[in-house]
Design a protein around this ligand. Structure first.
Ligand code: FAD
Length: 335
């Protein structure tokens, strides 16, 4: 294989009901770094119907070229038309790198494409870099999160990876950035499309996306075991924060899984992360260590959480949470 003919860092742009998902903007931010290191361009791959104008947002987010494919069959995601359209781009353009969000869509689409074009795919990457010889270094947790493995796809192209939402950072939108929106006609073999989207039914639940929260108050087993979860929730109310948790609290049935932080939960990057009664296992740290400011309260001064904390309090959460709540009620203005 002649690798020199493969060029460009491509991002599959995920859209739902015509709305571009945050994870795609985060990937564009990372793609910009990688393309700059390779002296190459960032391509955003946008598939949809009647949404060409969104191309400008992608340029503002870091893309040099937006490849826009329009078809009624691409309005909402289904596997076959999307897989065909992206394989067409790979055949025609020969990308060096393609990134997908590790979302339900990206996790369905990425492997399908990598199998069709006979290349590798590294799932759930937490770090992406370019090696001295120009390969993509894809790092992800391995062996239950106890090791970080760096994977290189040396013999095949494109180099493909998925990245979970919240792991990379989107660039601030720069509307002065120049770029090109190019329309590419998708050649979809409709005889192979066996699935039709009849209707979309949204699950009714009070879903909060903790990865969007500015302040998170996270409880661990130390909170659950001393019956302080209620006072943690009161503190969250005072601080206008969202509640999240370690897996121990989710396993104990005290908190739903959508609020779990960590390797098998969500990756979060709030302005403020309060870790209360959380030991700081590597699988938990993987989901929160990029938070802007971390405050940890733990009665064990050797707890690993203190290694990533900006501020640490050694003490009993049962005593400290109510005190903190009382004090903060005096300073945080009610809405
Ligand atoms: P513990 O480790 O039991 O820690 C409790 C802490 O509370 C201790 O440090 C203790 O000193 C402190 N404490 C106790 N009482 C008090 C008190 N009264 N006041 C103050 N401090 C007190 N975990 C996650 O969180 N997220 C994940 O996504 C995740 N994914 C995983 C994936 C795999 C494949 C595996 C193997 C594990 C995963 N885990 C995950 C589990 C992880 O390894 C830990 O078991 C878990 O994070 C521990 O949760 P914890 O810190 O709440 O509990």
């Amino acid at each position: 294989m002649d690798k020199s003919q493969y060029k460009g860092v491509y991002v599959f742009v995920e859209q739902r009901e015509g709305k571009i998902q945050n994870v795609s903007m985060e990937l564009l931010g990372k793609a910009r770094d990688l393309a700059d290191a390779l002296n190459d361009k960032v391509y955003a791959l946008l598939l949809g119907h009647n949404m060409v104008e969104k191309g400008q947002d992608l340029i503002a987010g870091g893309a040099d070229v937006v490849l826009y494919m329009d078809d009624e069959l691409l309005a909402e995601y289904t596997t076959e038309p999307y897989a065909q359209a992206i394989c067409q781009i790979i055949d025609e353009r020969k990308p060096d790198i393609i990134m997908f969000g590790a979302t339900t869509i990206g996790r369905d689409l990425g492997p399908r494409i990598s199998a069709r074009v006979e290349t590798g795919l590294t799932a759930d990457c937490t770090k992406l870099e370019i090696s001295e010889d120009g390969h993509l270094l894809m790092t992800r947790p391995a062996f239950g999160g106890n090791l970080m493995a760096t994977i290189v796809c040396k013999e095949h192209r494109p180099q493909m990876s998925t990245v979970r939402p919240g792991v990379m950072r989107a660039l601030p939108a720069d509307t002065a950035r120049m770029g090109v929106v190019e329309c590419v006609k998708p050649e979809i073999d409709r005889s192979k499309v066996k699935v039709k989207l009849v209707k979309t039914v949204k699950e009714k639940k009070n879903m909060v996306d903790i990865s969007e929260a500015k302040i998170l108050i996270s409880g661990g087993r130390g909170v659950g075991s001393c019956g302080s979860f209620e006072s943690l929730c009161e503190l969250a109310k005072t601080m206008k924060a969202e509640v999240s948790a370690s897996r121990a609290m989710v396993d104990a049935g005290l908190v739903p899984h959508e609020r779990q932080v960590g390797q098998t939960g969500k990756t979060v990057r709030p302005d403020l992360y309060l870790a209360l009664g959380i030991s700081g296992a590597i699988q938990h740290l993987a989901g929160m260590e990029e938070s802007d400011f971390i405050v940890a309260i733990n009665k064990d001064k050797y707890a690993p959480i203190f290694q990533v904390a900006d501020l640490g309090i050694v003490g009993d959460v049962k005593k400290i949470i109510p005190l903190l709540n009382e004090r903060l009620k005096e300073v945080v203005k009610p809405e």
